[in-house]
Design a protein. Sequence first.
Length: 342
Amino acid sequence: MAEYDGRQFVGIDLHRRRSVIVRMTPDGERIGSVVRIASDPVEFAAQVDSWGEAPEVVLEATYGWYWAADVLADAGATVHLAHPLGVKGFAYRRVKNDERDAADLADLLRMGRLPQAWIAPPQVRALREPVRHRAKLVALRAGLKAQVHAVLARQGVTLAPSDMFGAAGHRQLDELRLDPPFQARVLSLLRLIDAYTFEIDLVGRRISAELTDHAGFRAIQALPGVGPVLGAVFVAEIGDVTRFDRPQQLCSWAGMTPRHRESDTKVHRGRITKQGNSLVRWAAVEAVQRVHHGPLAATKTRLAARRGNNIAKVAAARELLTLVFYGLRDGHIRCLTHHRAA
């Protein structure tokens, strides 16, 4: 057995109220006993002092990991974040408890087999928060609008095919005379929709103001279908694009590459994995649905004839995400610059 050099590998099973800590040597020997502490920043910082110099610490990207990663890093630990999909095998053990989870995390780290997630720096997390908040507000507002449609359907009301929640639609709704309980519910829903719209606009303006001087944000808005909202999603969710060597890696991270199953002489490539950032994937597909001219539209048209509309849209979205990669990396998109110059 190699001589113990003092390095410690620490696995933390982080929970909302209580966390479990297991320490190991590089050879996998346990150090001390299992520690169970409250999930509190002060207690976490105090624990780091007993882990030696520059310990290697791993925790899973689970509920509320931001504060724990920051506290550990500030206390001198090298923090690693385990990707949740990479440690799904923990659930298939015969015995699953917090101690085993923490020990397995430490084991994977010391053996160099830990599937790691990117630890976004505080400034990226600060930008992601309003972007995700806005996306959540839009989803909640969409649910309220669906309720209005459902109430009208129960009353047998069909309005003209226009934006029901725009100025013309509001006039139609104001002129309706529904039964009192249904009328009251529609009015309540419309007030809530207006409140959500106010918050959505407010958050959107704050995001745009924060990204005014971001070169990549300005560059990717030159892409067809990408405006300030989708551009902010790409900037915030992707973060430091240089962590990807190639645009193909970005597409894979977003879950937009086909599944690959290979065994012996058999190779099967299926649908896209969808194992990645769902907001980036949504933004890319949303953008290409607005494109009706140019190379991306040509890709959609060509593939739709052979493979169907859904596959065509995903392929075009993958091309768009490739251009987003170069726009965020370089601050401009060369093919668009050449096209304008020509």
